[in-house]
Design a protein around this ligand. Sequence first.
Ligand code: 1CP
Length: 340
Amino acid sequence: MLKNDLLLRAAKGLEVERAPVWLMRQAGRVLPEYRATRSKAKNFVEFVKTPELAAEVTVQPVTILGVDAAIIFSDILVIPEAMGLPYEMIEAKGPRFPNTINSKTDIDKLKIAEAGDLDYVMQALKLTKRELNNSVPLIGFCGAPWTILAYMVEGSGSKTFSKAKQFLYTQPELAHQLLEKITLSSINYLKGQVAAGADLLQIFDSWAGVLSEKMFYEFSLKYISQICDALSPLVPVTVFAKDAHDGIEKIAQTTCSSIGLDWTIDPLTARKQAENKTLQGNADPCLLYADEKTIIAQTQTMLKTFGKQKYICNLGHGLYPDIDKEKVKLFVDVVKGYGW
Ligand code: 1CP
């Protein structure tokens, strides 16, 4: 039994004494302790593939920041690699794929990943679970199939993902074939994560916002929905589709338990659009650059607006590496000390 199961109760819509809080990218450069552990690995990819190091940085934010959940340290790009498309992480720039997907032959060559292809993540989850010693829940995750396709076709990060979108517009059938393969791989992967100890899962659709509403439903939400159907019977699933503005109502029709909101979304509008779901979010990470008084005031306003029940406090996207660790801690403390 978990000592602190606030996150799981909130996700399931059960009563809580206060809202749980965790932060996207809580395991990262914001913590000097993370940087110290990271320097023990040759590079980012090796870091992710070393279960002892991954488990160490997964536990750090729980101990140092006092958050109510751990999220396994990995990356969404481990799925393309397990399917046969390896990635590199270029320091200060981001991911790069030496090979990209352009044709039917490329797609046919990809395998449907099994959980066993990602054994290092399973080992990291098991180790983390042991180290957490039932203190807080452990979150597993994957990228949404569209966001994964975007990197596989584009070959790197991009502001517009125009190459990936070109693929959707010019070769929609191939795009669906690829999305199907990614979806099946992600389902296998997430089932493995649950078997290895993940208590809740989050699907990150970081690039939902570059798609039109119609294309979001056709090329993204359809597959997210399939993942929710496969995993929701096992553990609560959170869908975070960044910048999906008008998509909240449709996301609420999937079998997910909670919906992550970015900071551009009005909490009360989202409540109306997703009455049946728990909401997660949605402070602007840049709020944490502000002075303490502003951070306290704006965080409290957010908590009041969302209310105590069916709410998971988080940012609207990941922490930036140059945010002051003390400000992050302040944010967490404000949530925990709020007059719930
Ligand atoms: O603490 C945590 O949140 C767990 C660790 C985690 C997660 C959930 C990392 C470690 N990456 C991710 C998911 C991830 N990776 C996403 C979805 C969430 C989001 O939108 O931020 C995406 C889009 C990626 C791809 C990725 N990995 C990028 C983005 C590049 C782009 O296109 O703009 C980058 C820079 C990375 C590297 C990375 N992954 C994780 C960390 C801590 C880092 C930075 C490198 C480092 O600090 O060593």
